[in-house]
Design a binder for this molecule. Sequence first.
Ligand SMILES: [Zn+2]
Length: 507
Amino acid sequence: MAGKPANNAKKLMVAVIDGMKPAALTRTIDSGAAPTLARLLRDGYGSDECISSFPSLTPVATSTITTGAGPGRHGVPSMHWYHRAEERYVDYGISFPAARRSGLITVLKDLVYRINQEHLSKQTPTFFERLEAEGVRAACTTYMIYRGPHEHEFIGSGLGGRIAGVTGMSRVGYGPSELIYADIFDSQGSACRSSFSVPGRRDRHAACAALKLMENDAYDFLLLSLPDNDNYSHRIGPDAQPTSISHADAQIQKVIDAYGGYRAFMEDHAVIVLSDHSHSLVHESFDLLGMLRAEDWGIIQPRQSRRKAKDAQLAVSPAARFGSVYILDREHRGRELPLLVHDLRGQEKIEHVMWLNYGGGREAAVASGRRELRFAPGDTYTDSRGLSWDVEGDLEVLDLVAADGMIESRTNPDALGRAWSALNCEGLGDVLVTPRLGLEFLDWGGVAHVGGGTHGSLHTDDSAAQLIVTGTGDSREHQQAWSIGDVYSLVLEHFGIDPAPKGAPVE
Ligand SMILES: [Zn+2]
C-alpha cells in the first residue's frame, strides 16, 4: 500500500486498552490468550510501570496521553468536577444514575463536545493537531480526546440521530483528518455501527473503523481505542481481565490480518500499545457526601443554582477512588479550608487529603490522619522523572524514600509530580481526597464497584499501566521511568517532529 508520510517514516498505530492491568496482561500472555500482544512485546520493548496521571481516571489520562501534559496544564480535571465559572457539575458519564442527576443531554454534550472544545486547554495541542500541522494524516476511532483541525459533520442516523437532532447534539466536531466516533462522526461513511456504544461491543466497532481506514489507505497515524476492558474489569474485577484483554488482542489481530498478516503489517507500521491506568479490587464503598454532611457542611446539588443553594458551602465530586472538594465562596477559603481539612483528616477510611497552602510561596500539603508532608518545586531532591523538590515533614505519608539526593515512592509512583499537577489544575477543588486501598467513593448516583475493579488514586495498583513499543524509530528502550504522557513524544518523534517544549514538567 502507498501513502507513507513525507518524512518516510512508517505508519504508526497506537492502541489504547482502557484500564489494562500489567499483571493481568502477563497472565493473559502466559496462558496463550493474547498472541498478538505477546508478539509485539517480544519484538519491541515495554514497561509494566508506565505511570498514569493523577487522578488516574480516563478523561484525565486520555488528555495526558494526547497532549503529554498533566491536568495542571491540560486542564481536564476528573470524571466528575465542578465548573466554577458555569456554576455547575460536569459529568463525563461516571454512571447512568449519576448522569440522570446531572442531566443526560448535558452529560453527552460534555462527553462528546465540550471536553474537546472547551475543557481541554488550547495551550496544550493534541498529537492529532501537531501531526496534522506537519502534513501527517491522522485518524481516530471513538476516543474521549480527538481534538484536531478538521471539521466533521454530525452523522447520527436512525433513532439516535433523531434524538440528537432535537437535543442540540447534532453539532460539528473538530478532529483529525479521519474520525469515526460512535454513531456521531464518520468521515469514511463506513458501515460500522456502534450500537449506542454498548459495553462489550465497542472494541469491535473500533476494529471495524480501522479496517475501513486501512482499506482506503486513509491514515499515517491511527489511534485505535479499545475501551471494553475497563468496563469488564469494573464489573467482574481486575483478576478477570484476561478475558477482556484476549478480546482486545483479537481485535488488534483482526486489524493486522486485514493488512496481510503480522509481517506485512510491521513492514509498514510501528505499533504502540498502552493502557491509560490500572485497576484495583474494591471490597467496600462509602459516601463522601454523607460524611461531609454529617460534619455539617452544606453541599450544592447537581442542577441546583447557587441562588437556590444558599446554605451550601461546598461542591463535591466523588469519582471512583478520587474526590474533589470545592469551597464555593473563595472569600471564605482562609477560614473554611482548615476546618474542611481537619474534618477529612479525621476520617479513618480516607488515605490522603491534599491541598495547597498559599503564603510566602505556593506549597502543597498531603496528610494521612495526623501525619503531614509539605512540598514544593525546589532543589533538595530529584524524582524519577527528573523534577526537583523541597520536602518537609513526614515522608511516610506518601511512602517516600529519600537517599542520595533522589526521592521516590514504590507505593505511590511519581507522587510529588502528579499530586502537584492535580493541585494546580484549575478545575479541581481546594481539597483532594483518596480512599484507602480497597475502598471506593459512591458517586452522585450512589454507584460504586464493590466486588469489581476501580481506579483514581496515586496508588501503584490504580496507576501502573502497561506500555509496549514496537518498531518506532529512535529507540527509547533504556528509558527508566515511563509516564503515559511520554506517548505524546514517542508519537511525534516517530514522525520526526520535535515534541518541544523539551523537558517541560508534566504538570
Ligand atoms: Zn474505569
